[in-house]
Design a protein around this ligand. Structure first.
Ligand code: ISL
Length: 537
């Protein structure tokens, strides 16, 4: 069956179940709370919800440390509640994908508890080494927390391999039983009604001597097997979104020949959007897009401004990383690993023009946009909290105590992470109810842009052509599909700019004071930090 490419024109919305809405007054968000707020997501105009891990877990890595793949964490509800959420979402035309950490489990997972036992037949479900010195070329990802990818286990009397926290042993995909067990996990949730998965941390599934243990051919072969299985058993409607934080050429490999993942995040373009604002030129964006290979017709990039992790600077040069830290993270507390643990709105100093410009890019660059809950209302963060908790605070629904996240009778101490307290971002300043009622709000602006984008399928599925011109404060490109084409022109500088686009002679009607049409081409004038979408004939 040919795949249904719904994901190529969809907008995704990442929401943290613990932080979205608490329905039962225990201070923790839950699945029933999400069901209560589906009306909001439908109103906003998103198409697919991305649910970060909701499984049973000791919660030492926000749930990415899974201790039972076939369960729902008791704080959040039950498998039955999840079935209801999927059903209620589908009735509103909203799809839902589950975030599945398949590279590693928690050390509390029964598989690991069994595997570490002396003489265990399950020992080779994980990756062990006597010396803890194997695979020295593999980098450490959580640099601020871990000194090695190996940790000694006194029970097993061996070191186990982990690419992330030491309490997250990596599964051993060289053991075919592991690949089978993970497929069974996928079947369980697809049977319940999920529309697909975000496959967490996929570059690291296999290890091989003499390599950096990323993007190995064996990893791609396993993912192709997953795709084949899901296509055969569930038809062409379910989606696989890879999380492969890699340079464009390696990232594009996760699409295979259209026979691997349907989607992958475009990590490298993200920091370059912020770099463009800070440098007031678009050369870094243009370069990374030119370095991005064409991808199969049925595939799609996932593009984003922020997510639940730190704003990662893994895919920039050392020099660019220092620049980004200097500009966007002058306080040491806002830096984490190779990134910046801040939300979108504080990053750009709550500048509405920058927020609109970044969303304008998010909604028009090649790929499907992925929003992070709260960014649509300009939510703030709290860098006094540990790790990434400060960008995972409760959604602010209204201006009441606890922001309408939970009942006002709930003890504030039960709400963790706490509601943002910074003056400019308190619930009174940023909340859904007030912004829904205000036609000029950021929320209504984002909603109207999503509606405009829906009318322009070329933004999702169309061709992408960067236009040559001599003003590098302006990014100009054309998205085209069949007889329709839209010019996007973005001024990342604080000064008015004009661009002369010879190739567009005769393709835009004048009638707008900012457009000068003459026989040599089109001149577009754009204000500071503004962008334009213009229909071309
Ligand atoms: O964005 C990154 C960090 O700066 C990435 O390197 C990211 O951490 C990595 O690709 C995997 O992240 C995922 O698995 C982690 C978990 O902590 C993250 O929240 C999740 O997104 C380990 O379980």
């Amino acid at each position: 069956m040919p795949p249904n490419p719904w994901y190529r024109t969809a907008t995704f919305y990442e929401l943290l179940p613990r932080a979205f809405r608490d329905s039962n007054g225990d201070g923790v968000g839950d699945l029933a709370g999400i069901i209560e707020r589906l009306e909001y997501l439908e109103w906003l105009g998103v198409d697919c919800i991305w649910l970060p891990p909701f499984f049973d877990s000791p919660l030492r890595d926000g749930g990415y440390d899974v201790s039972d793949y076939l369960s729902v964490h008791p704080d959040l509800g039950t498998v039955e509640d999840m079935a209801q959420l999927l059903d209620a979402g589908h009735r509103r035309g909203l799809r839902v994908i589950a975030d599945l950490p398949i590279n590693h489990t928690s050390d509390a997972h029964p598989w690991f508890r069994e595997a570490r036992m002396p003489g265990s037949p399950m020992r080779n479900w994980y990756v062990w080494d006597e010396t803890g010195s194997r695979y020295p070329e593999a980098r450490i990802i959580f640099l601020d927390y871990e000194a090695s990818n190996w940790t000694w286990d006194p029970v097993a009397e061996a070191n186990y391999w982990h690419r992330f926290y030491h309490h997250q042993p990596d599964l051993n995909y060289d053991n075919p039983e592991v690949g089978e067990a993970v497929l069974d996990v996928m079947r369980f949730w697809l049977d319940l009604g999920f529309d697909g998965f975000r496959l967490d941390a996929v570059p690291y599934l296999y290890e091989r001597d003499g390599t950096n243990c990323e993007n190995l051919p064996e990893t791609h072969a396993y993912l192709k097997r997953v795709r084949r299985t899901i296509d055969e058993e569930y038809g062409g409607d379910r989606v696989l979104l890879a999380e492969a934080n890699q340079w464009p050429i390696d990232a594009a490999a996760y699409f295979g020949d259209g026979d691997e993942c349907h989607m992958n995040f475009h990590f490298p373009v993200m920091p370059r959007l912020y770099m463009a604002l800070a440098r007031e030129h678009v050369r870094d964006i243009v370069k990374i897009l030119r370095d991005t290979p064409p991808i199969p017709e049925t595939c799609q990039w996932g593009i984003f401004l922020r997510n639940h992790d730190e704003l990662t600077l893994e895919m920039v040069t050392d020099e660019d990383r220092e620049f980004m830290w200097d500009v966007y993270a002058p306080e040491p507390a806002s830096r984490l690993n190779l990134g910046i643990r801040r939300r979108l709105t504080p990053l750009v100093g709550n500048d509405r023009r920058a927020l609109e410009l970044l969303h304008g890019l998010l909604f028009s660059l090649p790929g499907s946009p992925i929003l992070y809950y709260g960014d649509e209302i300009g939510m703030g963060d709290d860098i006094s909290l540990p790790d990434r908790d400060g960008v995972r605070t409760p959604m602010q629904w209204d201006g009441s105590l606890h922001a309408g996240f939970t009942g006002s009778g709930v003890d504030a101490a039960a709400v963790y992470p706490p509601i943002v307290a910074a003056e400019a971002y308190r619930p009174e300043q940023a909340n859904v109810a007030a912004q829904r009622a205000d036609p000029g709000s950021l929320l209504n602006w984002v909603r109207s842009m999503l509606a405009v984008r829906r009318e322009h399928p070329e933004m999702g599925r169309g061709t992408f052509e960067i236009l040559e011109h001599d003003n590098d404060a302006v990014l100009a490109f054309v998205r085209g599909m069949g007889s329709r084409a839209t010019l996007v022109a973005v001024n990342v500088s604080e000064h008015p700019q004009a661009v002369h686009l010879p190739s567009l002679a005769g393709r835009v009607e004048a009638g707008d004071a900012d457009l000068i049409v003459d026989p040599t081409g089109l001149i577009v004038q754009i204000g500071p930090l503004e962008f334009r979408w213009l229909r071309l004939s």
